[in-house]
Design a protein around this ligand. Structure first.
Ligand code: SF4
Ligand code: SF4
Ligand code: FES
Length: 358
């Protein structure tokens, strides 16, 4: 059996224990303080480029500056996350980033429902001394129906390309050019619909600035919106989503990163798991065909009467196996259980299936 070794270090005034092999960031995340991690997504590991997670470490009398997302935790290490020089340093780093992007009050609000790490850092470190404006990256002219690609807000953290290549393994986007000229580009004419993109949406969810956003989230930042954890109703996998609603109106969904699916979703879960609720084509009343072959609304009593007559006729004349029963991923597990129980024990057929299997 492999024994896990633990080490204890001091983060500001707190003693924190982490596993041997963890980075300093893991210890900070267990403490009362946090540091901005603009290029870090734990699903893909450290990349060490934004330098916002820089901390001071003290070994004996020696003070060093290291990126907490890359530096391994050591027994007895002393870590300082918010010294005056670190606060000033992070403020300056943000001022540099702000010199290369378009950012205003609306930008602060627009990421409230998704990943607002950049906005949170701006709120905490209050950048004020701005550098001369650099040439911004361009908004991609991409008519895809799901992802808005506004690279005027891109800080070149490359979380999107890393998550696309290393997590989703779609390799749909890459970095084109170098330095200030660099931009995120999708293969084949910079149109995602023509690339390998599966529209998993992971690039949107990892982007810290809102440069990538969900075109389908109907947003009105002036109204209070709530997020409710639930399960995507599309198939039997059961990925976690958070429904965004305003009163009774569903506005969209974002992935639930606390669910076992770790935020991964397919295109349906990401962009359409809630769409049918607001659909005008949704059936809200029982319909029965009249003599002219047209559907008309009837009462539930009438619908049950016609249904039971036809069901009994079929069973009496052709046996229970003349019927087939389809359950749905869009109803609760208990309702699915009841339907199969009814088919098997009341009707007497095993002809029962569920759209979750497809
Ligand atoms: S939606 Fe998914 S596949 Fe498409 S570019 Fe983003 S991460 Fe890559
Ligand atoms: S689009 Fe977003 S995630 Fe991608 S590099 Fe730019 S800021 Fe980072
Ligand atoms: S999060 Fe550590 S360098 Fe960016």
């Amino acid at each position: 059996m492999i024994e896990t070794k633990f080490i204890t270090l001091k983060v500001n005034d707190e003693f924190i224990t982490v596993s041997d092999g963890d980075r300093i960031l893991a210890a900070i995340n267990k403490s009362n303080k946090s540091v901005p991690t603009l290029c870090y997504d734990e699903r893909i590991g450290p990349q060490g480029t934004c330098r916002m997670c820089l901390v001071e470490i003290k070994k004996g009398e020696k003070l060093e500056y290291v990126a907490s997302c890359t530096y391994l935790a050591e027994e007895g290490l002393e870590v300082f996350t918010h010294s005056d020089s670190l606060i000033e340093y992070r403020k300056t780093m943000l001022e540099l980033s702000l010199s290369e992007i378009r950012w205003d009050e609306d930008s602060m609000k627009q990421t409230e429902l998704t990943n607002n790490e950049f906005a949170e850092a701006v709120k905490e470190y209050k950048p004020t001394d701005f550098f001369p404006k650099l040439l911004k990256r361009e908004v991609a002219n991409d008519p895809n129906p799901f992802i808005q690609r506004d690279y005027e807000k891109c800080i070149a953290c490359y979380r999107c390309t890393n998550i696309c290549n290393d997590w989703e393994q779609a390799s749909a986007i890459t970095v084109d050019g170098r330095g200030q000229e660099s931009k995120i580009f999708s293969f084949f004419d910079n149109k995602l619909m023509e690339s390998n993109c599966t529209f998993c949406g992971q690039c949107i969810n990892t982007c810290p600035t809102g440069a990538l956003s969900n075109k389908k989230i109907e947003k009105s930042v002036s109204k209070p919106e709530t997020k409710t954890k639930t399960i995507c109703p599309y198939c039997g996998v059961g990925c976690g989503i958070e429904l965004i609603s305003n009163g009774e109106k569903i506005l969209g969904s974002t992935p639930d990163f606390d669910a076992p699916s770790l935020g991964s979703l397919c295109v349906k879960g990401q962009f359409a798991s809630w769409d049918f609720v607001n659909s005008k084509e949704r059936l809200t009343d029982p319909l029965l065909k009249n003599n002219k072959g047209e559907f008309e609304k009837v009462s539930w009593e009438k619908a049950y009467e016609v249904f039971s007559q036809k069901l009994n006729n079929s069973i009496d004349n052709h046996g229970p196996d003349s019927t087939v029963w389809w359950a749905s991923a869009r109803v609760v597990t208990e309702a699915n259980y009841l339907l199969q129980k009814f088919a098997r024990t009341v009707v007497g057929t095993n002809n029962i299936d569920n759209c979750s299997r497809t």
